[in-house]
Design a protein around this ligand. Structure first.
Ligand SMILES: [Mg+2]
Ligand SMILES: [Zn+2]
Length: 159
């Protein structure tokens, strides 16, 4: 059998798809798309590559939101992206607190490795778009290319 691995585009969530909040996004009402993000996601959806969200959500480990609420936020996010003719093929998140020392909280590469296994991805040809040094570190640890977004990043994607 031919073992075909596909490249993917990994997307951080907070600060890339939606605005960061100092008090965290704890419910859908607090979720606000970054300017240009929906249009950029529509552009990215033209590629045949899987689009995979990888996000640290320690709010679960800290007891600020439960998994059901975070899953609801993601279901609403994916629906809104689809309404804008974009797509997200998978959403993976780490629910742990930093002091739990798990292997999935970025800068660890666990989420990327999980996605690679389940979706048969070629990490060496994949990209991670993030807004933090920890995103770059996770990408490097997984052997992906990292793209650190600047404020005008989504505007550039649209050019
Ligand atoms: Mg971020
Ligand atoms: Zn974790």
């Amino acid at each position: 059998m031919l073992n075909v691995l596909r490249p993917a585009i990994f997307l951080d969530r907070d600060g890339v798809i939606n605005r960061n909040r100092p008090d965290h996004v704890k419910c859908w009402a607090e979720f606000e798309f970054m300017p240009g993000a929906l249009q950029a996601l529509r552009q990215l959806a033209r590629l045949s590559w899987p689009l995979v969200v990888v996000s640290n959500q320690a709010i679960i480990g800290r007891g600020l939101a439960n998994r059901q609420t975070v899953d609801e936020i993601h279901a609403n996010m994916v629906f809104a992206i689809q309404e804008a003719r974009g797509r997200v093929d998978a959403v993976l998140y780490c629910p742990h607190r930093p002091d739990e020392h798990c292997d999935c909280r970025k800068p660890q590469p666990g989420l990327l490795l999980q996605a690679a296994e389940h979706l048969h991805l070629d990490l060496a040809r994949s990209y991670l778009i993030g807004d933090a040094e920890t995103d770059v570190q996770a990408a490097q640890a997984a052997g992906c290319q990292a793209i650190l977004v600047l404020d005008a990043f989504w505007a550039l994607v649209l050019l």
